[in-house]
Design a protein around this ligand. Structure first.
Ligand code: ZN
Length: 474
């Protein structure tokens, strides 16, 4: 008994110490930093556009300076007086993807982006940096944030209705939000039935995932909410999300579009939507993305969030996922389920694409650099990857099993079972990250490679589990 009590006391003390550390330096509010990333293939610059503060902080309150994945960029908050690092966040950007295109050799462009950090109590220095394919910093900006600065714009509720589709945990019964009376689908205050848990969602303990309506008119909000339920069902049908469902909150943000559906430039069709997504990003038909993260953060100003899915009301294939930035996916394509989970794998867990072409993007994963993506390796530092999961005696590279049917030619359940079984056999298969040579993936097939399989490979699953633990296990 005494030992149990002692452990209990130590645990309480540890929790208190962590909470104090956060509370010592940060307020329970969010500082939103808006930047412009600009330049071309040869030179890049970062500019601070504006700063905003929102009423709640939904991010982590412990392990503030740890970095689970390196990403292609970093934002670091340090104490102006002591120089102590207080908070670190990593990410990837659409701007850096664009730098790899031919267009970036011909013209300079600017991309708007935003990051959330906890609101400091005292003046801090913020450093934003971007890295190249070798992990080297290519540009950075350091600026001061004085919390007393009168030009830090105070924002919050923007009138856009939102509704929790899933609450992983709720706070003990307290005064609940005063919601307007539910109305009929298509009317402004329409809200579907509350989820299985009553009460306020626990935004500190859970990862907060916001789904933003894009291309849904006011009359289509009933469809939006039911599409959000399909998002939740698809995501949590996949392990390890299934077993970790109580670590997530999912909130649906009903931003109205004036016109239905997305913009499709190659058809000459432009739609007036809240966050300006469109197909043909980088002139690629299927690349559906938004370049304007500021607008997206404006839509979310009243909602506590850590990850974003922009759900586009369309039956055309398209989407994308950028690590710690956003996921974009369409609501009604037959591969909705698979594409959503694949793209969220990029945005949430930093997973790389395990598919490859015979040409293109050769410079993205140079052989003298280990990729930071947990499911790709150049063998430069394989020990840091899934070497511990490799069955003894597995040859490197691992030859593909010829008995596994081609995913494009599945005709019956037996073949499907063989294909699915291939996702669970860990090896070091050559081809991945868009390169047929020099980049290796952990399984012959995986959700991060093809739509035709039903699950993530064990290495991707572990990566998702690790990042979820990082944000939710204290
Ligand atoms: Zn995988």
């Amino acid at each position: 008994m005494r030992k149990t009590f002692f452990v209990f006391v130590v645990a309480i003390m540890a929790l208190t110490a962590m909470a104090q550390q956060f509370d010592d330096v940060f307020e329970n509010r969010t500082l939103r930093l808006d930047y412009i990333f600009a330049g071309n293939h040869d030179a890049q610059q970062i500019y601070l556009e504006q700063m905003c503060v929102t009423p709640q902080w939904a991010g982590r309150k412990s392990r503030l300076t740890d970095v689970p994945l390196k990403g292609n960029g970093q934002i670091q908050v340090t104490d102006s007086v002591t120089g102590q690092v207080l908070f670190v966040h990593t990410f990837s950007t659409l701007f850096q993807e664009w730098l790899a295109t031919e267009e970036a050799t011909k013209v300079s462009k600017a991309f708007a982006t935003s990051y959330n950090v906890p609101m400091p109590k005292r003046p801090v220095q913020v450093t934003v940096s971007l890295t190249d394919f070798h992990g080297k910093v290519v540009t950075s900006l350091t600026h001061t944030v004085n919390p007393a600065d009168i030009l830090i714009r105070q924002i919050g509720d923007n009138g856009i209705p939102y509704h929790y589709i899933w609450k992983g945990k709720t706070l003990p019964a307290v005064e609940t939000q005063n919601l307007a009376a539910p109305d009929q689908p298509g009317q402004r205050n329409y809200r579907p039935t509350e989820g299985p848990l009553d009460g306020q969602p626990d935004i500190t303990e859970c990862i907060d995932l916001a789904i933003v309506a894009e291309g849904y008119t006011r009359a289509q909000m009933g469809k939006f909410y039911s599409d959000c339920q399909r998002v939740v069902d698809a995501l949590f049908a996949h392990e390890p999300f299934t077993s970790m469902k109580n670590r997530f909150n999912v909130v649906a943000v009903a931003a109205e579009s004036l016109t239905s559906g997305p913009s499709v430039p190659h058809l000459g069709r432009w739609s007036n939507t809240p966050v300006g997504t469109h197909y043909d990003t980088f002139y690629s038909d299927r690349y559906l993305m938004t370049q304007d993260i500021h607008r997206l953060y404006d839509v979310l100003s009243g909602v506590p969030f850590e990850h974003i899915i922009v759900l586009v009301n369309s039956d055309t294939y398209g989407g994308g996922g950028i690590y710690n930035q956003l996921t974009v996916t369409t609501s009604d394509h037959p591969t909705f389920h698979q594409v959503l989970v694949h793209e969220f794998g990029h945005a949430y867990a930093g997973l790389g694409d395990e598919y490859f072409y015979d040409d293109g993007y050769e410079s993205m994963y140079p052989s003298d650099t280990e990729p930071w993506e947990p499911n790709l390796t150049t063998l430069f530092d394989f020990q840091s990857k899934w070497a511990d999961m490799l069955p003894k005696g597995t040859p490197v590279p691992t030859p593909p099993d010829p008995k596994v049917p081609n995913y494009r030619k599945i005709t019956n359940e037996k073949e499907q079972r063989l294909l699915d079984a291939a996702t669970q056999r860990v090896g070091v298969f050559e081809g991945g990250g868009y390169q047929s040579k020099g980049v290796y993936r952990p399984a012959q097939e995986c959700r991060m490679k093809v739509n035709e399989v039903s699950s993530f490979c064990p290495v991707c699953s572990r990566a998702i589990k690790r990042i979820t633990d990082f944000y939710t296990s204290h």
